[in-house]
Design a protein around this ligand. Structure first.
Ligand code: ZN
Length: 284
């Protein structure tokens, strides 16, 4: 099942249209997407048996670009992982980390999938990322049981202002990656049961139509399950929390010459089976 936040209301995304969860279920399920994420199995069972009529007929590609889409969750905690793809570590001239390298994108940077991206500095960069949405309270979970705690997955961008990131010593990741709209997620949540292996999905960024990143989540150093187990050994993960799982090679910073974003640029990010998000860079 695919679940979107459309105008702030939980909305099921069918192949040919959308279903407003609260209206179609006569209030049996909440319009709050957070509440729906707490009962995804029940919601899925109701949807399959009730087969509600569409609230609106709309093609998937059209819906994916709809500016009414909000962030699929408003997380309490946003975890992000640096250098988690082998080829990205290589292009950065750095060794593959022996333990996950963890930072945060502050929660106010999270936004809907198609928001405009104000450019705050001279070296704003793109990073396509698989985003994991946690579905349960998790603490000290093992690798084998970690994926059972995932509500679903979506596409994200970990936009980064490199000058801010690297001007101090040591580098400062979290602030440099938390400017307004630096964490678009979406276009919707695809429930975990639809994704057989989160570490076997193609992932791309196109900038003004040109492919800049083209990889597969199989190149991750630490798998999604390993990241969840590692994070939960320190932090309690909560329903609606998200993990940005790192970016593959091809970021602007690593190119010669570097490629940074400027107003007018169009950034299109796709992950196999999860959909596409669209951002246009604008002046701040
Ligand atoms: Zn990143």
């Amino acid at each position: 099942m695919r679940l979107a936040n459309l105008n702030g209301r939980a909305t099921i995304v069918a192949n040919d249209g959308i279903v407003d969860v609260a209206d179609a279920s006569n209030g049996a399920f909440s319009a709050s997407i957070e509440k729906c994420i707490g009962q995804l199995d029940k919601l899925d069972a109701w949807y399959r048996s009730a087969q509600p009529t569409l609230t609106q007929k709309i093609a998937l590609d059209t819906l994916a670009q709809d500016t009414r889409l909000g962030p699929v969750v408003r997380p309490q905690q946003v975890f992000a992982i640096g250098l988690n793809y082998r080829q990205h570590a290589a292009e950065s001239g750095l060794e593959v980390p022996k333990e996950p390298m963890v930072f945060t994108k502050f929660a106010s940077s999270v936004c809907g999938p198609n928001e405009q991206l104000p450019i705050p500095g001279p070296s704003t960069d793109y990073e396509a990322e698989l985003v994991v949405i946690i579905g349960a309270t998790l603490r000290n979970v093992g690798v084998d049981e970690a994926l059972a705690g995932v509500a679903g997955y979506c596409v994200g961008q970990d936009y980064s202002e490199r000058e801010w990131q690297f001007r101090g010593s040591p580098p400062q990741f979290s602030l440099a990656k938390s400017f307004k709209n630096f964490a678009p997620i979406g276009p919707w949540l695809t429930t975990a049961d639809e994704i057989h292996d989160p570490n076997d999905l193609s992932i791309t960024t196109r900038l003004n139509g040109e492919t800049m990143q083209d990889s597969n989540t199989s190149d991750m150093v630490f798998s999604v399950a390993e990241l969840i187990a590692y994070l939960s050994s320190v932090c309690e993960l909560r329903r609606g929390d998200v993990i940005f799982t790192g970016t593959p090679e091809g970021v602007g910073q690593a190119r010669r010459p570097p490629v940074f974003l400027k107003p007018g640029d169009e950034i299109v990010t796709n992950i196999e089976r999860l959909g596409t998000i669209h951002n246009v860079a604008v002046a701040p």
